[in-house]
Design a protein around this ligand. Structure first.
Ligand code: ATP
Ligand code: MG
Length: 281
């Protein structure tokens, strides 16, 4: 059952000549973990905003085609209503913390309080988010006293407490150290296992390849490929600089030397090791 569907979606920012989104058509099933990759300016962030409604409600410009999220047509649905369906987490954890509250617990409850939900519901949802994102140890601390990875998990918890069916992460680990990035990818994986549909924009190919069911490759506003990591990273993309997982590069180097061509490639350490053992000699 598709939860996101785009049909000939196109969009041009005001005063720009080129389409930022150029006839995108795709569908995503409920519960899928989707990676989004592409060079700078490919249109990744614009696509995210076309799902939560900032395009076309906030960013005006020329818009065509349709996108539906959980059955709602984005250009006919208010940003407020869309925000209960689509949660968005950005690059910088610091700017996502409201700063209005003293503790992690209160920070996570903030959005729910604004919705005016009953106290018992708020407590239940915040406790659940804290549990899911492994934040029990820091619940009484100030959000600003945390590591980048912890802070980003607080931002995710605040979002998840709102119970969106879809969560979009736009380069959520680009400002984090490797430990923080691991924490955040594991948190996203947990949400995914709990049935949330997740879309993650990232340049961390090894992590995306390990977690994603399918990856979208964007270029110049177009969707160049949308497939499983094993199939996508086996493709040749002339003129587009796509970094592949290092494990894939090793296997492809061996394949090229041996004149082997394949429709799928290993994308993880374990997968590459297995392939190399199998093709020894
Ligand atoms: N607010 C804006 N106003 C005008 N043009 C914009 C705006 N935001 C993005 N663009 C343009 O739209 C195109 C797509 O940009 P977008 O930010 O979606 O790319 P991206 O893939 O997210 O890139 P990055 O990897 O740098 O984050 C680019 O040509 C960019 O210059
Ligand atoms: Mg971007």
């Amino acid at each position: 059952m598709s939860i996101i569907k785009a049909e000939a979606l196109r969009y041009k920012y005001p005063m720009q000549d080129e389409l930022a989104l150029d006839h995108l058509s795709f569908s995503i099933d409920k519960g899928e973990f989707i990676g989004i990759i592409g060079e700078n300016g490919a249109g990744k962030s614009t696509l995210c905003q076309a799902l939560n409604g900032l395009v076309p409600h906030f960013h005006k410009g020329a818009y065509g085609g349709t996108v539906t999220v959980a059955g709602k047509t984005v250009h006919e649905t208010s940003v407020g209503e869309l925000s209960t369906i689509v949660g968005m987490v950005f690059e910088n954890p610091v700017v996502q913390i409201t700063g209005a509250k003293l503790t992690v617990y209160e920070e996570i409850a903030f959005g729910l309080e604004n919705l005016g939900l009953p106290r018992s519901t708020i407590i239940e949802r915040v406790d659940e988010a804290i549990e899911l994102l492994n934040l029990a140890e820091v619940r009484d601390k100030s959000p600003f006293a945390l590591s980048g990875g912890q802070m980003q998990r607080v931002a995710i918890a605040g979002m998840i407490a709102m119970r969106p069916e879809i969560m979009i992460f736009d380069e959520p680990t680009s400002q984090l150290d490797p430990q923080g990035a691991t924490e955040v990818f594991e948190a996203i994986e947990t949400l995914s296992r709990n049935g949330v549909t997740v879309l993650v924009v990232s340049h961390q190919m090894e992590r995306l390849a390990r977690h994603a069911d399918r990856i979208m490759l964007m270029h110049g506003g177009r969707l160049v490929a949308f497939d499983t990591p094993e199939r996508l990273f086996a493709m040749d993309f002339s003129g587009i600089s796509v970094r592949r997982p290092v494990y894939t590069e090793i296997v492809r180097t061996v394949q090229k030397a041996g004149g082997i061509s394949a429709e799928t490639v290993p994308v993880t350490l374990e997968g590459a090791a297995e392939w190399l053992v199998k093709h020894r000699g």
